[in-house]
Structure formats: structure tokens, C-alpha cells
Design a protein around this ligand. Structure first.
Ligand SMILES: [Zn+2]
Length: 269
């Protein structure tokens, strides 16, 4: 076993949907990549599509970050196997019970959480990426043109991006859950911080996913993240196997705890 190429990732999804037809299906995504490549996803869940809250996980967006697709393919395969055999999951020293596995596929219409898997730096990054976070001034937000031209500088009072306090609590809480699950495998400690604290960004997938409901309040609030796993691009495969266990245990803990962030009214910006 080693790193998977594009064709192998795609056939892994097909094989999983063939092996577990009642628990998952391959979905053709509506848009092609910028290079015209058709993209597919695997939907996991024991209930019909659209009937449950769900977590969207993506990986392999940046070409040299080999390993993110493997993390997600293995995670899907592990969950499907554990659910089908009514068993738990073990990643190193970190264990999940059969009941927790069952809850992940049963208990969750709707996208409520989003994670974009990248490498590297051993971080889980919550929103925002364009400036430091603040929860005191709702008018200081990315939609307000009065602040154009002053975003993106650290440690200044001119601009910080608004995140409602309850969302900040949920974002950081689930980031801690991810850290805890991952740490339980072999003791690796990932850092939880905002995307901006890694480096300033704009137009990232997680800022987009979380920002949608501010632009259009009819959209669901999505708690969004970027994971930066590992300490190098393309680690040797034997270390990649350890990283897959680390990150998948973190993702499992995230999914176990994610429902606790629902059923709280969204605070409008
Ligand atoms: Zn990346």
C-alpha cells in the first residue's frame, strides 16, 4: 500500500459504494475542476439524502499535498466497515464505540459542518482567514465597504472580522474535540487557531462556507475549518499511515461532538 493516484481514489469511492450500497452512494458534483476534470463525492449515511445534518469533508485541493485523499478514503472505509459489523473503531490508542459509529451515520439535511483537509503544520484552523476574530462589533464585517482597504493587518484596531460569540464558542469547541481525538492515538498535539493566525488569506473554502449565511440569511450556518496535517509534504508512506490514524480519529471525535452545536439560534450579523 502506498499513496493513491487520481484513478485509484476514484475507484476507491466506486468500490465502497458497491460494497455498502445501503450506506453510501457516489454523487457527481455539479461543477468540473478548472482543468475540466469531473469530480465525485461519496455520500455516507444510513438515512435518505437530505434528511440529516451532515459534515462535508474535502481534500486534495492542492496538488503537492499528497495524503489528504487517503485520510478521507480511509475514514469512509473505516466508518462503513465498523457500522456494518456493529463494531467500534480503533486508531492507535484512541477508541470509538459501536454506538458512536452508529450515531455518526444515523444521527445526522443539510450541511452544518465543513472541513477542508490540507498539509502541513499540525493545525486545525477555524474562521476567519482575512483578519483576527472579534465578537463585539457586528458592523465590522466583510460585507461592510466602510472597511475596504484596511483588512488583513495583525494587531491593529482598524479592522477585525466579526464572528458571533456563540459561533466562536462552537468553532473553538469542535476544534478542541478534533485535537482531543487526534491526541488519543499516539500523543500528537495539533494547534487550534484561526486561519489568519497561520497567515492572512481571502476566498478560502472555509471562509466561504461559513460566510454564506451572512450574505444570504436563508442559508444554513456552516461551521467551517481547514486542517493542516503533518510536518512535511508527502511524508514517507509508513508515517503517512500514522497520520491517517491521527487525523481520522480527530475527524471521528469532531463528528461525534458536532450535533451538540445544533439547535442554538443563529445570531444575525
Ligand atoms: Zn493546501
Amino acid at each position: 500500500m502506498s499513496y493513491l493516484n487520481n484513478t485509484e481514489v476514484d475507484s476507491a469511492l466506486t468500490n465502497l459504494s458497491g460494497a455498502y450500497p445501503t450506506l453510501c452512494e457516489v454523487v457527481d458534483l455539479p461543477e468540473r475542476s478548472v482543468e475540466g476534470v469531473a469530480c465525485r463525492a461519496l455520500r455516507l449515511g444510513a438515512a435518505p439524502a437530505g434528511s440529516r445534518d451532515c459534515v462535508v469533508l474535502i481534500g486534495g485541493v492542492h496538488a503537492r499535498e499528497w495524503g489528504s485523499c487517503e485520510i478521507l478514503v480511509f475514514f469512509a472505509a473505516d466508518l462503513l466497515r465498523a457500522y456494518s459489523t456493529h463494531s467500534g473503531l480503533a486508531y492507535g490508542a484512541k477508541k470509538y464505540t459501536a454506538a458512536q459509529v452508529k450515531a455518526m451515520l444515523d444521527a445526522f439535511p443539510r450541511t452544518r459542518w465543513f472541513i477542508d483537509v490540507h498539509s502541513f503544520s499540525e493545525d486545525i484552523l477555524y474562521v476567519w482567514g482575512d483578519d483576527q476574530d472579534q465578537s463585539d462589533n457586528p458592523s465590522m464585517n466583510f460585507l461592510n465597504h466602510a472597511f475596504d482597504g484596511v483588512r488583513g493587518d495583525a494587531d491593529d484596531a482598524r479592522y477585525r472580522e466579526f464572528i458571533p460569540g456563540i459561533d466562536f464558542e462552537h468553532e473553538t469547541g469542535l476544534a478542541r474535540d478534533f485535537q482531543d481525538g487526534l491526541h488519543g492515538v499516539r500523543g500528537r498535539s495539533y494547534t487550534a487557531k484561526s486561519g489568519f493566525d497561520l497567515y492572512p488569506t481571502c476566498g478560502t473554502s472555509d471562509d466561504y462556507a461559513y460566510g454564506r449565511h451572512f450574505v444570504d440569511p436563508s442559508k444554513e450556518r456552516i461551521l467551517a475549518y481547514t486542517i493542516e496535517w503533518g510536518t512535511e509534504f508527502q511524508p514517507p508512506w509508513n508515517e503517512m499511515e500514522n497520520i491517517i490514524k491521527d487525523v481520522d480519529a480527530g475527524l471521528a471525535q469532531f463528528c461525534v461532538k458536532a450535533p451538540s452545536t445544533v439547535a442554538v439560534p443563529t445570531v444575525a450579523a
